[in-house]
Ligand binder design. Structure first.
Ligand SMILES: Nc1ncnc2c1ncn2[C@@H]1O[C@H](COP(=O)(O)OP(=O)(O)O)[C@@H](O)[C@H]1O
Ligand SMILES: [Mg+2]
Length: 350
């Protein structure tokens, strides 16, 4: 098959995505596919008039060397030639139009939020993962919780728009400890567990910088369990045990910063409960192919649903590949399964 892997993009998670894209491209080439890997934002480099060349090009060193720190998006924006406001780089849509399928190795806003899915729908090219509507809903932590809060247990929450005018009032009136989350964040960017007034003020101020719409969520003490859905079934869950603090950006991407135990060492009833809850959310939101849901499970075994990711990481240390490996699905087979299931889903209109 001719496959275009889209990675990077204008998202705070672009570095993680480049790492996912590199892995996916290599694995699919190893399986004999023709694969072109391209950065959604930069597109075809100047002078590459022929996108076909990318199918044979080596993976750029810059993609592999990527540091795991969150990038400065202003710098990324400024470093592209020309002043186009487009989030899609030159030649990308043309390249996609010539492919049999587009593999979305993108994460976060601008990739996971439904807009690229909608563009590809209009272009008439199949792509991997959920459709545009489910993707958009799952990206919005408030909308997701509103749709599923009668079906699964989710921490109590309130959604606010932080402005310079109401920030101090929010600091005074919000019950702590509280988890502060920008409404459409990912990779824990902008997520803070605020215990003190100072921490709350700093978290709200950062949230304001990230757009203002913010979920203030009840802090749940418990074990962090995540579970993937693949082809309509839950994979074995994984427990995350950070050595320090919670599962923030650093603990997610610094190898060794968090212990990841898969399958999670939890009672069979807990495993069933998280799997069932993840599946219920997946179905309610109209998701397709695969996703990964995040939970905190309390001492009594109640799984508190936090969020669901429609394009979960596919880096060497990512969780979905680990969960798949436990049931004998290696990385290459996982990518292939995602492609086949996606082609079916697109035919079915999902
Ligand atoms: N209500 C909560 N109680 C306790 N910890 C939480 C809560 N919400 C989030 N966290 C912690 O913050 C991390 C990131 O939150 P999450 O909602 O998954 O957002 P993101 O999209 O950034 O991954 C979680 O993996 C967990 O470690
Ligand atoms: Mg998460």
């Amino acid at each position: 098959m001719k496959i275009v892997v889209l990675a990077g993009g204008l998202s705070p998670e672009r570095n993680v995505s480049l790492s996912s894209g590199t892995m996916v491209c290599q694995a699919l080439r190893d399986r004999g596919h023709q694969v072109a890997l391209v950065d959604l934002f930069y597109g075809l480099e100047e002078g590459v008039s022929d996108g076909e060349a990318l199918y044979h090009a080596p993976i750029p060193e810059a993609f592999k060397r990527v540091s795991r720190e969150a990038p400065n998006l202003e710098q990324v924006r400024a470093s592209r030639k020309g002043n186009s406001p487009s989030a899609i780089g030159p030649g990308v849509l043309e390249l996609c139009a010539g492919a049999d399928v587009v593999y979305l190795a993108l994460h976060g806003a601008c990739g996971e939020d439904g807009r690229i899915q909608a563009a590809l729908d209009l272009l008439g090219v199949p792509y991997t993962g959920s459709g545009y509507l489910g993707s958009a809903i799952a990206m919005d932590k408030d909308l997701t919780k509103r749709l599923v809060s009668h079906l699964v247990v989710t921490p109590k929450w309130e959604t606010v728009t932080v402005t310079p005018d109401n920030l101090e009032k929010l600091v005074r009136t919000t019950v702590r400890p509280v988890v502060v989350k920008p409404i459409a964040s990912g990779s824990s960017i902008g997520v803070y567990i605020a215990h003190t007034e100072q921490e709350l003020r700093a978290a709200l101020a950062e949230s304001m910088e990230l757009g203002g719409r913010t979920v203030l969520e009840q802090y749940i003490q418990g074990r962090e369990i995540q579970v993937a859905i693949l082809n309509g079934k839950a994979l074995p869950s994984i427990e995350i045990i950070p050595k320090k603090g919670f599962y923030d950006y650093e603990n997610k991407y610094q190898p060794g910063a968090a212990l990841e135990v898969c399958p999670a060492e939890i009672p069979a009833e807990w495993e069933k409960a998280v799997g069932d809850a993840a599946l219920r959310v997946f179905q309610t939101l109209g998701l397709a192919v695969y996703a990964r849901a995040d939970f905190i499970v309390t001492e009594d075994g109640t799984p508190y649903f936090l969020e669901i990711n429609t394009l979960p990481g596919m880096t060497p240390t990512s969780l979905v590949p680990q969960e798949a490996a436990v049931v004998g699905i290696d990385y290459g087979t996982l990518c292939e399964t995602i492609i086949q299931a996606s082609l079916e889903a697109r035919k079915g209109g999902l």
